[in-house]
Design a protein. Structure first.
Length: 765
């Protein structure tokens, strides 16, 4: 211990003996470690720490797939869920869940909107979580006809009920139905994603035919000793038996199983996060190589010092340990500063996510695992940066060095190793810089996207109709028929509409057939469906290219109609004969003779129905009037206003309250903010990659300059002799530049190859 402390003190003295070199080394370490710390904190929070429940690695998300219809993941219908639950033996139990809005209202005051979950009664037992107050759901709470109950989240208890301890047993109106509060969950519990209120999920198999009705996310806790693969094999077997027994609804349907946390990220996010971590480590490698080159340069000037120590009896291992300790001092100082930079980076990340929070278990902070990671990378970086210079400094012949302060016998090896480090730096810098440049191009493209619809003057909000008060399409359409004129009559409103989704928000697919076309093996095409009220295209200032838009005369009892977007019309009617043609939607991959043919009455421009940033997906889509649809409980309100669109908030809420005072608005945003919300993901990751690229470029440039500068200083005498013998200035410059350009060329070639590997998971080329 005494020797280590002595070496540390000596390392600190060396820190101040060469302040310029020390400053560059510390800054280099700080940048590399700071960026790597930020990235690891993000990856740790998103992928590594998992759910905050006991043995959470045993929690699996189950779903269904239908490869024959190119459906990779879909929910589980009620009949399949019950069959899975009864026939499986690899899980402690299965829980069905679905998400939905929950409007909580008391006997007085305005209702509050909460993100809610409808869950099987055994969910809390599966998670091993106990309520903060009261009880969890118990067996029978989710049976049809059971006493209506509700469990509140901690924040809902604090905000709506002011944290009153007597809330247990009180009655509230949840989605219009009186329910008894039986429990309050602990602070921070927001399962399944970011939910704040929980209601029992009542499953009635007689409510819908097999294969129809709602689809659920299914949660299962694996039995002890059962792996994901074993559970997946059993589920696949059950799905295969169901497909044979019920071919009309289950043909081609199989099962999927993934760790629960992976269900909400997807492969692309996984690839992107790990690519980002690799980029951060790449920057750290560049920083370490940079410091190694600096120390190599200094090592060549310390060979006599090392030779004297060796001559006085110091072993080579002892000298190497002292030199590595000096590097460790530089790395520890840089690591400390890097930790501060990492903390600032994580704070920036959290602020950027605050408007659109990730799932509740993803917490990004400098915790114990991050601290251990920083300590580990600091030690590895110091070892990587210091071992070669230490071996170089101690590898010279002692007798030769003491006789002559020349370069010694190993200078050639030093030059080749130093050149290799420079090539590595340039390659990594080039790869990261190209990836960063492509990300910049993507971000600029998204930010300057010429949207084919009005944005600046549009107010938007979401509305959820309680199922108990609006149980079917007819009751919901009746409400929308009354709400639309009310919105249009609000002072300052130029146009208003209701729809199942906003432009560029990503409409869902529907299978369909075009009249007169034949399809082999029921291989029906798919297109995106939009359900809208009259005034939709006027609200977003979108012209009708052919025909007409919907009117209030397009009712359930009149001719079923559809409006196509331009891509749909060109793909399915290349001869330009779309007007007057008919299409029909397909249910479950099979023709339904009772389904109505929709007559095409108009064609409009593409309104990015595929969503922003989803350029590889088809934008082909069609619209149907809301009065002729089976519209659900959720709709988007869009209002084109005079002046500031957000000034419409209170007026729109009043228009809704005049029809139903128990309906709160949620996700109240201007259309500009909605578009920004959708592109925030690309902006965040793009900003990080830009930072990687610029730091890598800076470090690579500094490293190349440092090595070339040192090489020139070591050859000053040689250059003087050459000039004395008649060499021209241009030939001397060429002599110096030749080596630098060669290193640059090799590094750039390798860097381009690295950039190709980096950009594949980024989907930016």
């Amino acid at each position: 211990m005494g020797t280590i402390l002595k070496d540390l003190r000596y390392g600190v003295r060396m820190l101040f003996k060469s302040p310029g070199l020390s400053l560059i080394a510390v800054v280099t370490f700080a940048l590399g470690i700071g960026l790597t710390t930020t990235v690891f904190s993000i990856v740790n929070g998103a992928l590594l720490q998992g759910l905050p429940f006991p043995q959470s690695e045993r929690l699996a998300a189950l779903g269904r797939t239908n490869p024959s219809q190119d459906i990779q993941n879909m929910g589980v219908t009620a009949h399949d869920f019950v069959d899975w639950r009864e026939q499986q033996s690899v899980f402690e139990g299965l829980t069905a869940m679905t998400f939905g809005a929950v409007n909580i209202a008391g006997t007085e005051g305005q209702p509050d909107f909460y993100s809610g979950a409808f869950v099987s009664a055994n969910m809390f037992d599966q998670l091993r979580v106990q309520p903060h107050m009261g009880r969890a759901f118990q067996e029978g709470d989710d049976r049809p006809g059971a006493e209506p109950v509700v469990i509140l989240g901690y924040d809902a208890w604090q905000t709506r009920f002011e944290g009153r301890p007597d809330v247990i047993g009180t009655t509230v109106r949840a989605n219009g139905e009186p329910r008894t509060v039986v429990g309050v969950m602990p602070e921070g519990f927001l399962f399944p994603v970011n939910q704040e209120v929980w209601l029992p999920l009542e499953i009635d198999l007689d409510e819908n035919p097999r294969g129809e009705g709602p689809q659920y996310l299914v949660l299962g806790r694996l039995n002890d000793g059962v792996s994901m693969d074993q559970a997946g094999a059993q589920l696949a077997g059950i799905a295969q038996r169901l497909a044979q027994e019920y071919p009309e609804s289950n043909e081609g349907v199989s099962s999927t199983i993934t760790p629960y946390t992976e269900r909400f990220l997807g492969r692309r996010i996984y690839a992107l996060l790990y690519t980002m971590l690799g980029a951060g480590i790449g920057v750290l490698l560049i920083a370490s190589a940079n410091v190694a080159n600096l120390l190599l340069a200094r090592a060549s000037t310390r060979t006599k010092e090392v030779a004297v120590k060796t001559a006085l009896g110091a072993s080579r291992s002892r000298v190497i340990m002292q030199l590595l300790t000096e590097t460790l001092v530089l790395a520890l100082v840089g690591g400390t500063i890097g930790m501060g930079l990492g903390y600032l980076g994580v704070e920036w990340w959290n602020r950027a996510l605050s408007a659109n929070p990730p799932p509740f278990w993803m917490t990004f902070e400098i915790d114990t695992s991050v601290l251990l990671f920083v300590l580990g990378v600091t030690l590895l970086a110091s070892l990587f940066a210091g071992i070669a210079p230490a071996l170089q400094a101690t590898g010279a012949d002692v007798n030769e060095v003491l006789k002559d302060e020349g370069r010694g016998s190993s200078s050639f090896r030093m030059s080749k190793f130093s050149s290799a480090l420079v090539v590595t730096e340039i390659a990594l810098s080039c790869g990261l810089l190209i990836a960063a440049g492509l990300m910049v191009k993507s971000i600029v493209g998204l930010k300057t996207l010429d949207l084919p619809f009005a944005v600046e003057s549009i107010f938007t909000a979401r509305l959820s109709l309680p199922e108990i008060e609006y149980p079917d399409s007819a009751s919901r359409i009746s409400f929308y028929d009354q709400l639309l004129p009310g919105l249009q009559s609000v002072p300052g409103v130029l146009a208003a509409t209701l729809s199942d989704g906003l432009p560029a928000s990503g409409n869902g697919f529907r299978e369909l057939e075009v009249e007169g076309e034949t399809y082999e093996d029921d291989d029906f095409p798919r297109a995106r469906e939009g359900i809208v009220t009259p005034g939709y295209f006027d609200t977003f200032e979108t012209p009708v290219l052919q025909g007409r838009a919907f009117t209030m005369q397009d009712r359930s009892e009149t001719l079923p109609v559809a409006v196509l977007n331009a891509t749909f019309a060109s793909n399915f009617f290349p001869d330009g004969d779309a007007m007057g043609s008919r299409i029909r939607m397909i249910s479950g991959g099979h023709r339904d003779s009772t389904a109505k043919w929709l007559t095409v009455i108009g064609i409009v421009p593409d309104l990015m129905m595929q969503g922003i940033g989803n350029d590889d997906a088809s934008p082909a889509g069609f619209y149907i009037p809301i009065a002729q649809s089976g519209v659900g409980r959720f709709v988007s309100i869009a209002v084109r206003a005079q002046g500031d669109p957000m000034s419409m908030t209170s007026r729109v809420q009043e228009a809704v309250a005049s029809l139903d005072p128990n309906l709160p608005l949620f996700r109240v945003l201007s259309m500009s903010d909605e578009i920004e919300r959708q592109t925030r993901f690309y902006t965040l990751f793009g900003t990080l990659f830009m930072l990687f690229g610029f730091v890598a470029m800076f470090l690579g440039a500094v490293g190349l300059y440092g090595v070339m500068s040192f090489a020139v200083s070591r050859r000053t005498q040689e250059m003087g002799v050459r000039m004395a013998l008649g060499a021209q200035n241009s030939s001397i410059i060429q002599l110096v530049m030749r080596k630098g350009l060669m290193q640059l060329g090799i590094g750039l070639t390798l860097g381009i190859g690295l950039a190709v590997l980096l950009t594949r998971p980024l989907d930016i080329v």
